[in-house]
Write a protein that binds this ligand. Structure first.
Ligand code: ATP
Ligand code: MG
Length: 476
């Protein structure tokens, strides 16, 4: 009982659908049962009005020719007229005394007619009145009889018709039976339809709950091709996306912990050695402490890169502004010159004017810095790195080429993956964490651009980036 009350307090979709449909069926049934019957009654009544008034008018005109009305005169005149047998006809003189009555039983001839219709007719009024009661039409009509402008009497017609009304009752009861049948059929249909619909929606709700609990492998069986099936399809593809994201996230967390674990382990080892070695000579001590410093620096760089990636990953829309790539490139090259000198690499660049893109200034710095830094790090002494910045087909096109060690063809598809390093040992040597190119990739895509990597001729690597050019920046 409590459950039922609870359920009624929160009506289900099926219940609402049924209620709405039943209200609709009820309305239709009501109209079907009332309107045609009322219309038929009105039609019958109008028909009676015209035929009875016609008859009364015919009688009134014929009797008017008699000038004075007497019982005999009226009787003879009525004999000559073709009067309808279905009406009771009463004719009175101007004092309402009945001169003629065609009703054989209980004739009122010689008496005074006490009927309001006759009094109205004697006052020069034409009267018609029809009423439906007790399964029959009761109709009355009265009209004055005039001669030379004066009222000399009245004709009165009345009818009791049960035939037409039984016809109308017949129609009405057939309609009633039909509408009961219609209501029952609709009720069954709506119950079947609404329970099928709510079952499918409940399946969806259950699936949402299952996926919310973390089971991303759950799929809904899709049947049909209506809106609910489309919703189920969308749900399945959303679950697939969630699963992929979840897998990526897990891999990322495990890779990141692994990356952080290695330098931490080295730091631990080095500090343990210092602690456990008694009377360690100063030179070794300094060497160990400097190694600890180098590992700590690597940790710092890795965490900074992870933070940059998190920022790029976040769904918060970055603040985009027109950025002149020429200025950004010049500043970045200045910062990288000491590193280039240290590695004996020749930095070369030609930068065109008007390379403006709608982007985040910090992202542009990350892109150029990481690409040129890689060119320097994965190079050989006396090698070169060339940054070319130009516009082609309405796209701003930064290209970074180097004469370095190059990337094997098989590794090229993976270099933008997080923590991916072609030669782990060499990368570590340079303090690399394998995150630089994924930062570049995410930043490029975030600004609506694309990036490609290819071998450079005759040796080395070449990265080509394309950005939509910011047209509003021209002439600024
Ligand atoms: N210009 C290049 N020439 C040769 N190999 C490259 C070049 N750029 C990248 N690589 C290879 O791709 C790998 C990934 O580069 P990425 O910049 O992502 O990481 P990293 O340089 O190792 O570390 P980080 O940039 O995070 O300090 C590098 O480890 C290197 O093996
Ligand atoms: Mg790098």
């Amino acid at each position: 009982m409590k459950a039922l009350i609870e359920r009624l307090k929160r009506p289900s979709l099926a219940l609402k659908l049924c209620a709405a449909f039943l209200a609709l069926v009820f309305g239709v049934v009501l109209i079907i049962n009332i309107y045609p019957v009322a219309l038929a009654r009105d039609l019958v009544s109008a028909n009676k009005r015209s035929s009875m008034l016609d008859q009364a008018s015919l009688l009134s005109t014929s009797l008017g020719a008699l000038e004075t009305l007497t019982e005999n005169g009226v009787y003879q005149a009525m004999e000559l007229l073709d009067t309808s047998a279905s009406y009771r006809i009463i004719v009175t003189d101007e004092k309402a005394e009945v001169l003629y009555d065609n009703y054989p039983v209980d004739s009122s001839v010689g008496k005074y007619a006490m009927l309001s219709e006759i009094y109205l007719a004697l006052n020069s009024k034409v009267v018609f009145y029809s009423r439906y009661a007790d399964e029959a039409f009761l109709s009355r009509a009265a009209m004055p009889v005039t001669s030379g402008g004066a009222v000399i009497g009245a004709v009165y017609l009345s009818e009791y018709d049960s035939e037409q009304s039984s016809l109308i009752s017949g129609i009405s009861s057939t309609m009633f039976r039909l509408s009961i049948l219609l209501s029952l059929v609709s009720l069954v249909l709506i119950l079947v339809f609404s329970s099928a619909l709510t079952r499918r929606i409940s399946d969806l709700v259950r699936a949402v709950n299952i996926v919310r609990e973390g089971d991303y492998d759950y799929h809904i069986d899709v049947v049909g091709s209506d809106e609910v099936s489309a919703l189920a399809n969308e749900f399945n593809s959303m679950t697939d996306r969630l699963r992929e994201t979840e897998e990526r996230r897990r891999r990322f967390v495990s890779d990141a912990s692994h990356e952080l674990k290695t330098p931490l382990a080295s730091i631990r080892l080095l500090s343990d050695s210092i602690m456990q070695t008694e009377n360690m000579d100063t030179a070794t001590m300094r060497e160990f402490v400097s190694d600890i410093g180098a590992e700590a620096e690597r940790l710092q760089r890795t965490t900074e890169k992870l933070l940059t990636l998190t920022r790029l990953d976040s769904s918060v829309e970055p603040q985009l502004e027109p950025v002149d790539l020429k200025l950004a490139a010049e500043n970045t090259m200045r910062l990288l010159r000491p590193l280039a000198q240290e590695h004996r690499i020749f930095l070369k660049y030609d930068l065109s004017e008007g390379c403006v893109v709608l982007a985040n200034g910090d992202d542009m710095y990350q892109i150029i810095f990481n690409l040129v830094e890689n060119g320097i790090k994965y190079n050989t002494p006396d090698g070169m790195v060339h940054l070319h910045l130009g516009v082609r087909d309405g796209m701003v096109r930064p290209v970074v080429e180097d004469s370095g060690i190059g990337i094997p063809e098989s590794d090229m598809p993976h270099v933008f993956d997080r923590f991916y390093r072609v030669d782990k040992a060499r990368s570590r040597e340079h303090g690399g964490s394998g995150l630089g190119l994924s930062i570049v990739h995410d930043a490029v895509v975030g600004c609506g651009g694309t990036i490609e990597v290819m071998p450079n001729e005759p040796r080395g690597t070449r990265f080509v980036v394309l950005f939509p050019r910011y047209e509003g920046g021209e002439g600024e």
